[in-house]
Design a protein around this ligand. Structure first.
Ligand SMILES: Nc1nc2c(ncn2[C@@H]2O[C@H](COP(=O)(O)OP(=O)(O)OP(=O)(O)O)[C@@H](O)[C@H]2O)c(=O)[nH]1
Ligand SMILES: [Mg+2]
Length: 297
C-alpha cells in the first residue's frame, strides 16, 4: 500500500471536545482540556503516524458568539483560517445539542471544499441510545456531511471509525514530518499551554478569559529545565485573585503545570511565575502576536 499523508482540521463551538479528541488521537496530551469554554487559544497541531499513513491534525479555538474584542475575533478567525487547504475537516458537536454557536461554526464551512465529517461527541452520556436517532436525522439535514459519526472522545467510542475515514480521505504522498513527531508546536508554546490549562482549571468563572501566558525563558541545564513564565491579566484586582492568599493559588497553578511539563519532557522542571497587568492586552495586536494567538498572516 502506498503511503498517505493528510491534513485534518478539527472545528466546533467551545467545549465540545476538540482538544480531547486531538490528544486521544495523538496519544499525548499536547492541547489543554477543561470543562470551560475557550480553553484553546491557538491552533495546535498534532501528528499521528502509523505504518502507512500520517495525519496532521489542527485543533482550533472554539468558534463563539459575542466576539467583541480583538482577542475573541482573532480566536474565531484563526479557527476559520485552519479550514483552508486541508484534506478533511472534523466538525464536533455535543450529542442532542445544537446551539447558535454550532450554527455559527457550520456557517464557516460554507466555502470548504474538502469532505466534512461530523463527530457527534459525548454519546456516552446519552441514555437510552434511541434518543440519538431523531437527533442524527436532524443534523444530517443541516449540511452535506460526508459521514456522521456518533462517538465519544473520552470513552473512545467510534474514534477508530473516525480515524479510518480520515485516513481514506488523505491523498497519497510522502510524509511531512518524521515518524516520531507528535507536534510542531515549539516547546515554549506547549509549556504556556500547560500553565494556561491550570489557570482555567484553578480559576473560577470568567477570570481565565482575562489571562494569557507567555514563556519568557526556557533553558535546559544538564539536570533540569528552567522556565520563566509571565501570566498577563487585564486588571490589578485579577492579579490579586491569581496570586491568592499568601500566594497559594499561583503556587498551585505552578505545581500542577510543572507536573504536566515534567511528564511531557521527562525531565525535572523549575518554574518561576510573574503576574503582570496590561489593561488592554486583549485589544493589543502586538501583544496578541507575541502570545502566539494572532499569526502574522
Ligand atoms: N462525557 C464526555 N465528556 C467529554 C467527551 N469529550 C470531551 N469531554 C469533556 O468536555 C470538556 C471540554 O473538552 P475540551 O476538549 O477542552 O473541549 P474543546 O472543544 O477543545 O473546548 P475549547 O478549547 O474551549 O473550544 C472536558 O471536560 C472534557 O473532558 C466525551 O466524549 N464524553
Ligand atoms: Mg480546546
Amino acid at each position: 500500500m502506498n503511503k498517505r499523508c493528510g491534513y485534518v482540521s478539527i472545528i466546533g463551538r467551545p467545549n465540545v471536545g476538540k482538544s480531547t479528541l486531538l490528544n486521544l488521537l495523538v496519544g499525548y496530551k499536547i492541547s489543554a482540556i477543561a470543562n470551560k469554554p475557550q480553553t484553546t487559544r491557538t491552533n495546535v497541531r498534532g501528528i499521528v503516524t502509523d505504518e502507512n499513513y500520517q495525519l496532521i491534525f489542527t485543533d482550533t479555538p472554539g468558534i463563539h458568539q459575542q466576539a467583541k474584542n480583538l482577542l475573541n475575533m482573532t480566536l474565531n478567525s484563526e479557527a476559520v483560517a485552519a479550514l483552508e487547504d486541508v484534506d478533511a475537516v472534523v466538525m464536533i458537536v455535543e450529542a442532542l445539542k445544537w446551539t447558535d454557536e454550532d450554527e455559527l461554526a457550520l456557517k464557516r464551512l460554507k466555502h470548504v471544499k474538502s469532505p466534512v465529517y461530523l463527530l457527534v461527541n459525548k454519546v456516552d452520556r446519552v441514555k437510552p441510545k434511541e434518543r440519538l436517532f431523531p437527533y442524527l436525522e436532524k443534523v444530517s439535514a443541516k449540511y452535506h456531511f460526508k459521514e456522521i459519526i456518533p462517538g465519544s472522545a473520552t470513552n473512545q467510542i467510534n474514534t477508530d471509525r473516525l480515524l479510518k475515514v480520515l485516513v481514506e480521505s488523505a491523498p497519497e504522498g510522502e510524509w511531512a514530518y518524521d515518524e516520531d513527531s507528535i507536534t510542531d508546536q515549539p516547546i515554549r508554546s506547549l509549556c504556556a499551554e500547560f500553565i494556561r490549562e491550570q489557570l482555567v482549571l484553578n480559576l473560577h468563572q470568567e477570570l481565565p478569559y482575562f489571562t494569557a501566558v507567555h514563556i519568557e525563558r526556557y533553558e535546559e541545564t544538564p539536570r533540569h529545565v528552567e522556565i520563566d513564565a509571565v501570566i498577563w491579566v487585564a486588571r490589578e484586582s485579577q492579579k490579586g485573585i491569581i496570586i491568592g492568599k499568601k500566594g497559594e493559588t499561583l503556587k498551585r497553578i505552578g505545581t500542577d503545570a510543572r507536573r504536566s511539563i515534567e511528564e511531557f519532557i521527562d525531565k525535572k522542571v523549575v518554574i518561576k511565575q510573574w503576574v503582570k497587568v496590561e489593561e488592554e492586552w486583549q485589544n493589543n495586536p502586538r501583544h496578541l502576536q507575541e502570545l502566539g494567538i494572532m499569526s502574522n498572516r
